[in-house]
Unconditional design. Structure first.
Length: 257
């Protein structure tokens, strides 16, 4: 089975003309959305078809369009949505509905709080949770096929962590945040190229896509790619908004702009 991945947004909370905030769409028989930051909703060609949203954490640049997605689905008469996220997701969503009481009881929303190594089955695939480090409850996600082989890993925002490295070993693609170039000192809660390269040095992965790029990375893209590649020896690319990556049944990876 082929898997289509669209990098809806590869940016951060600081506005950039060529990058909106975090969001990744993966076709697993039906479209599954990972994160839903500001600017993601207008780029979804069929928001009514989305029934599963996985949130890595609750910072605004990863969740700002969630309520807008809920309202859009309601207006499109698509009333079912499952939202998966770390501890605190249920309370966060309840507070959102407190702010927008006219939306209460319009939708059938099921919120599932996830923890490390929890799994969810969708369309013959397993979504696997990995604990990450970001100063608040946060998760990364792996997508395993029907044979139990992890094909895709998405880190969300995190410092380098062994849980993501282990989950990525043997995967076709790791989509990992690389928020700053190495020239930015004292980076915490995020990852730089050298930090990521060291984490992945003994890990076998087909391709690493760098995402969650601050404006500080502008002009350093080639250097960042080369640093990570030198450590891990695999294909490394800079993620671009609305780039589509297709993983073939044999693990071959093709990219379309």
């Amino acid at each position: 089975m082929t898997i289509n991945i669209t990098l809806i947004g590869t940016g951060v909370a600081i506005p950039q003309p060529h990058r909106v905030q975090s969001g990744i769409l993966v076709e697993l028989g039906s479209p599954v959305l990972f994160d839903c930051g500001s600017g993601v909703l207008p780029r979804l060609s069929d928001c009514a078809a989305i029934e599963h949203v996985f949130l890595t954490h609750l910072h605004l640049d990863h969740v700002a369009d969630v309520m807008s997605l809920i309202k859009a689905k309601w207006l499109c008469e698509s009333h079912d949505l499952k939202i998966y996220g770390p501890s605190g997701t249920k309370e966060w969503l309840l507070r959102l509905f407190d702010a927008y009481p006219y939306m209460e009881n319009r939708m059938r929303i099921d919120v599932v709080e996830m923890f490390e190594e929890d799994c969810v089955s969708i369309g013959g695939y397993e979504i696997i949770c990995a604990k990450t480090v970001h100063g608040m409850p946060s998760l990364g996600y792996g997508i395993a096929d029907e044979e139990g082989i992890v094909r895709i890993v998405y880190s969300g925002d995190t410092e380098p962590v062994k849980s993501i490295a282990r989950l990525s070993d043997g995967a076709d693609i790791l989509i990992h945040e690389c928020s700053f170039p190495d020239s930015v000192a004292d980076v915490t809660n995020h990852t730089t190229p050298t930090m990521l390269g060291k984490m992945m040095r003994s890990i076998s992965v087909g391709r690493i896509i760098l995402t969650h790029l601050y404006p500080h990375t502008r002009g350093f893209e080639d250097e960042m790619v080369n640093v990570v590649r030198e450590y891990c020896g695999c294909d490394v690319t800079i993620g671009e908004d609305m780039e589509t990556v297709v993983i073939g049944a044999t693990g071959d990876v093709k990219t379309f702009s």
